[in-house]
Design a protein around this ligand. Structure first.
Ligand code: CMP
Length: 139
């Protein structure tokens, strides 16, 4: 069993896609083991995405991620990190495979509806950024 962090981003929350996205995750045997709705400050978005701080899109990314409410979730399942990334599709919706969340609902590389951890190390950091261990359900 593996855990990953999933974020439903402000564009998807504002388009009423929370239920549709969770349905797709659950349908693919990813279990929601923690969840909360938050509106990040710019500083929190910068801390969370610190790994990208040198990138040209950092300011735009963190402004967008603090522009409205998000739903953060810890997901659990076999190979949860890789499987969540397959279900999400490529970062750029234009390059994402048909049937993936980003292909169907994303409108740009920035407004790409969902975030998912990309490695065990980032999953550990990202889950602990939002959840204490006693806020995560243990099956
Ligand atoms: P995410 O999975 O949340 O991780 C970092 C985010 O940065 C990524 O999804 C994109 O939304 C965003 N991103 C990556 N590359 C670019 C880019 N070239 N321009 C704007 N945003 C980007």
């Amino acid at each position: 069993m593996e855990r990953t962090l999933s974020i439903i981003k402000p564009d998807a929350v504002s388009k009423n896609l929370i239920g549709e996205i969770i349905r797709r995750l659950e349908e693919n045997n990813l279990k929601v083991v923690a969840a909360k709705m938050l509106h990040l400050s710019k500083k929190e978005a910068e801390e969370f995405y610190a790994i990208h701080q040198e990138k040209v899109f950092f300011d735009s990314l963190t402004s967008f991620m603090s522009s409205g409410p998000i739903l953060v979730m810890a997901l659990e399942g076999e190979n949860a990190i890789a499987r969540n990334r397959i279900i999400m599709g490529a970062t750029n919706p234009a390059e994402a495979a048909p049937g993936t969340i980003r292909k169907e609902f994303g409108s740009s590389i920035e407004r790409n509806t969902v975030h998912g951890s990309d490695s065990p190390e980032t999953a550990t950091f990202e889950i602990s950024y939002f959840f204490k261990e006693n806020e995560i359900y243990h099956y």
